[in-house]
Design a protein around this ligand. Structure first.
Ligand code: NAP
Length: 518
């Protein structure tokens, strides 16, 4: 018995052994690289690895790949028509799969049309698989029933999500299946189903060696699946949260909230949920089956989110945008906006650092931008008694916002001539990758001015760097970002977040040197 067999997942598993696993796919062109990655994955704690034989440029040598394997394996060999890379004859492929079974591979992946040509033998488990790279068909149940005819130990159904609701249909199928089913959706719209399928009974989901090695659309890396989302410990009891937006792939909110949950030992997970503009109400209706407890809301859904709550806070109606949806103790949906409080607290903290009695009352504030963030922060500034002037590249938007807030406005070209104690940047200028741009030329910055940049990636924007050179006091967008997240965390969990942990996590998340911590 080789090492791989000692690790094998038997049918009389204990609950520990039967918890869902992350199957990490290795697709490399050389045997040497496959073996090296397999070892490295085992050292990193991987318990199941898929060997994609079709990626190898030379004919696969099973003896080399399977002898002394450090973990159990799934042997897979995809044809070109299945979006694989197998370039040899089909008979050779079938022979190879039979040989993998004879060699005692723990699992072999067989597409539906070849399942009957490859008989069961020994202890190797049969994964009967279906992939659809175009859509998630309406007749998923029929597909599943068909696959179940071919003597599977596991049915695998992987389809392309064209709407967020496709993932819900897939997870329902997984949860209702009698045969263990590894079912999830490809693509960003269905990415959450890769993370949640184990919760509904899937024996495993798939991940990649690293985030650069995507073998199928929307795949997450092993480390993301394990450390960020804690795939293996998500159960039916785990409370679900997520961020609704489009685009969403680069959101740092999952990083902050999941690290917070882990730090506080909470059985919760926070997912990125890509929801196209205009589809929020129907998507939330579909998601009700998943029983989410709270959502962060970002562009382009902040306005639409208000109507999705039974009880919007007053501030939400005043701003006209919500960034938080959460269930209260009566299970009713509430909407809140944590941006305003977070921005105001960040400014006040810096103001009072030198003079504890300082306040925004009567301060001259110049705000750059007239988008969503400007609307929330502008309202907060006006309510705090600041003398606010708004300026925006598109002048008509500045006029409209100033009218709504009851404040002054000025032309974008004239912004340097406005006297300001406090300058607030609510434009996206200076944000990665446009890091060499600033919305306010340096020679207009004045010593002693407080400059707050809402942009948080990078933390030290060109505006803030130049402000420091001119002896201004500065506040970074990170301070606002962690505070709006902390207020959401409190609404979600009833617990205060550790601001230091959030700050440190966010800094590591945006660091160009360290990169994402995962
Ligand atoms: P938004 O609604 O899309 O507004 C974007 C604003 O940026 C508009 O005023 C737009 O002016 C202006 N703008 C864009 N490109 C410009 C350019 N090249 N020159 C001058 N102005 C330009 O976005 P938002 O939600 O308000 O977000 C704005 C910024 O706030 C983003 O950078 C975001 O990262 C930041 N933010 C930070 C936090 C935090 O927690 N730190 C929270 C929310 C937002 P036009 O009207 O002329 O297009």
């Amino acid at each position: 018995m080789n090492q791989g067999q000692q690790h094998s997942i038997s049918s009389d598993d204990t609950s520990e052994a039967s918890r869902p696993k992350i199957c990490v796919s290795i697709g490399r062109t050389r045997h040497r690289m496959v073996i090296a990655e397999h070892r490295a994955l085992a050292e990193r704690g991987a318990e199941l690895v898929e060997l994609r034989l079709d990626w190898l440029t030379r004919p696969p040598d099973l003896t080399r790949l399977l002898t002394d394997r450090p973990t159990p394996v799934v042997v897979t060999c995809r044809r070109l028509k299945d979006k694989g890379k197998w370039r040899y004859d089909e008979n050779q492929r079938l022979t190879l799969l039979r040989a993998a079974i004879v060699a005692g591979a723990e699992y072999v992946d067989l597409e539906e049309d070849i399942a009957q040509k490859i008989p069961r033998h020994g202890s190797t488990k049969r994964i009967i698989s279906y992939h659809n790279f175009d859509e998630t068909p309406d007749y998923l149940e029929e597909i599943h029933a068909q696959l179940s005819e071919y003597d599977p130990d596991i049915v695998k159904i992987v389809t392309m999500a064209n709407s967020p609701a496709d993932g819900v249909r897939m997870l329902k199928l997984v949860s209702e299946s009698r045969v263990p089913t590894a079912g999830f959706c490809m693509g960003e719209l269905g990415a959450y189903s890769r993370i949640l399928c184990g919760r509904y009974g899937a024996p495993f989901s798939y991940g990649t060696f690293s985030s650069e090695r995507e073998l199928a659309p929307g795949q997450l890396s092993f480390d993301q699946m394990r450390q960020l989302y804690r795939f293996e410990s998500i159960t039916r009891n785990t409370k679900l949260f997520g961020v609704l937006g489009d685009p969403i792939a680069h959101s740092l909110s999952p990083l902050l909230h999941n690290f917070g949950f882990h730090h506080d030992g909470l059985d919760c997970v926070y997912l990125p949920l890509r929801v196209p503009k205009g589809t929020l109400p129907e998507t939330l209706k579909e998601f009700s089956w998943l029983d989410f407890q709270g959502y962060s809301v970002t562009i382009p859904h902040k306005e639409a989110a208000i109507a999705c709550a039974e009880f919007p806070e007053e501030i939400v109606a005043d701003i006209g945008a919500a960034n938080t949806l959460y269930r209260d103790e009566h299970n009713a949906w509430r909407a809140d906006n944590t941006d305003l409080g977070a921005a105001l607290t960040s400014i006040r903290m810096r103001l009072t650092e030198d003079d504890p009695s300082a306040s925004l009352e009567g301060k001259q504030v110049l705000m750059l931008g007239a988008g969503g963030a400007a609307r929330a922060i502008g309202l907060g500034l006006v309510r705090a008694g600041a003398a606010l002037t708004v300026t925006n590249r598109t002048h008509s938007r500045a006029i409209s916002l100033a009218k709504d807030l009851g404040c002054q406005q000025t032309n974008w070209e004239n912004r340097g001539s406005v006297y300001a104690d406090v300058l607030v940047n609510c434009t996206s200028v200076g944000m990665h990758p446009g890091v060499d741009e600033s919305p306010f030329p340096q020679h207009w910055l004045r010593e002693g001015m407080l400059v707050f940049d809402t942009v948080y990636n990078p933390e030290q924007t060109l505006l803030l760097k130049q402000a420091k050179e001119r002896s201004c006091r500065t506040v970074t967008g990170i301070e606002m970002f962690i505070r709006q997240a902390a207020a959401q965390y409190l609404a979600f969990t009833g617990q205060p977040a550790d601001l230091e942990l959030l700050r440190d996590t966010l800094r590591r998340g945006i660091s160009p040197v360290g990169g994402m911590p995962l």
